[in-house]
Design a protein around this ligand. Structure first.
Ligand code: 13P
Length: 274
């Protein structure tokens, strides 16, 4: 499976993670129409939306992913199972998602890593790594979420993050990096669903740190090509500053991605950053 995805260097990526929203098909369709309309005016920004799986069909682009048509909104999934097929009730495989022409799959979101009832699966780094590999093997891009839960004063969160990235990429080969099948989304857990995002200055520090960890794993040049996104309380007001000051390659957006006018404004603002 060697489907190639075109991602121009310098292009920014905005991924909307809808999580378990919105409530109705009608509202999902309304958001999709709004995003597609706003995306037509973009010059240097790629937009990906990741709706809950039952809504994915409504979001699929009419043109194939490899098309260079302006304003194509790519569609992604919020999770995947690493086995290819079989008796795994409730799961969806990477091969199945790839066959639907999906381009991106989020893996290792903190809401899946955490322990708890129901959807909170207490996913380990080992499981996350298997999922990332399955996504790349199926010819899609894995959007690997990483981030510390707390920030201590002694910098232990840096060790935590380094270990989490390394373990979540265990077995993810350099070949996939060269084929551009990895995006890393740095999402400090404490900034998700919060009032405020992390400051652009701190985001910049963390972007450098993430790139350094990737460089140690895959080499300097290869690491440079891996887009690093920021996620956590991004909205249409702070998006451009985060891109500029944080020097990230894009954003992973939660709440604002299901607010149709806010998300339209957000992608416009990001696109204006040169
Ligand atoms: P919020 O943008 O709602 O803080 O969510 C961020 C997130 O978890 C995206 O994956």
């Amino acid at each position: 499976m060697t489907k190639k995805f075109s991602r121009k260097i310098g292009q920014k990526i905005v991924i909307g993670n809808w999580k378990m929203n919105p409530l109705t098909v009608a509202e999902a369709k309304r958001i999709i129409v709004s995003v597609k309309k706003a995306a037509k005016k973009l010059n240097r920004t790629k937009v990906v939306i990741c709706p809950p799986s039952p809504f994915i069909g409504y979001a699929l682009p009419r043109v194939p992913e490899k098309s260079t048509a302006k304003g194509v909104v790519s569609v992604g999934a919020q999770d995947v199972f690493y086995e290819e097929q079989g008796a795994f009730t409730g799961e969806v495989s990477a091969r199945q998602l790839a066959d639907m022409d999906l381009g991106y799959v989020i893996v290792g979101h903190s809401e899946r890593r955490r322990a708890g009832e129901g959807a909170f699966a207490a996913e380990t780094d080992v499981v996350v790594a298997k999922k990332a590999i399955a996504v790349a093997q199926a010819g899609m891009v894995a959007v690997l979420c990483v981030g510390e839960t707390v920030r201590d004063a002694h910098g232990e969160y840096l060790d935590f993050l380094r270990n989490q990235i390394r373990a979540s990429l265990q077995g993810f080969s350099k070949k996939y990096i060269e084929e551009r099948r990895l995006v890393v989304a740095y999402e400090p857990v404490w900034a998700i669903g919060a009032k405020e995002a992390m400051t652009p200055t701190l985001i910049h520090e963390m972007t450098i740190f993430v790139k350094k960890v990737l460089a140690d794993l895959y080499g300097q040049e290869e690491a440079f090509d891996v887009p690093v996104l920021y996620g956590g309380s991004v909205n249409f007001r702070n998006a451009a500053d985060i891109i500029r000051g944080g020097e990230v390659n894009g954003l992973l957006v939660g709440r604002e991605s299901v607010n149709a006018p806010g998300f339209a404004e957000l992608i416009r603002a990001v696109d204006e950053v040169k």
